[in-house]
Design a protein around this ligand. Sequence first.
Ligand SMILES: [Fe+2]
Length: 154
Amino acid sequence: MTELAHGLLPIELMIDHAEVDSQHDEIFSRIEAMKESSLLSDAASHDDVASLITCFADHFATEERLAREAGIEFSAHVREHDQALRLLNKAFVDLGSGRLDLRTFLRYLEFWFEQHINEFDKPLGNRLSGRSSGARMRHGDSSSVGRGGFGLNA
Ligand SMILES: [Fe+2]
């Protein structure tokens, strides 16, 4: 099992790919730190939110590279990433203008990320390792298209 720097990725969300699991752990760690600091101040740190979005973008690029290198058809997953980045950038603007509350954003983001890992990243991990994931893989690869988003009135 992968040794994780922050230990914040639950075992049930591990996809058994060291690089991806490590990045997931890093993102959960950043979200957790922002949740803790949001208890002290309602104001979202511009830099923290911007850095988190960059972290997501880099992470999505990693998964897309891994899929490309492995010759895995990944278009539905890429659309999910693209939609997430659009919504993250909209949330960034809304947080800055006060139309979106930081704690609400972080709760939705954590929920969305867990869903994304279960529905999209676990099937990717299975395919990268050559494991068969049956119905779950088919679900994540096609039937979830267009269902994503943070539920934040994008
Ligand atoms: Fe992903």
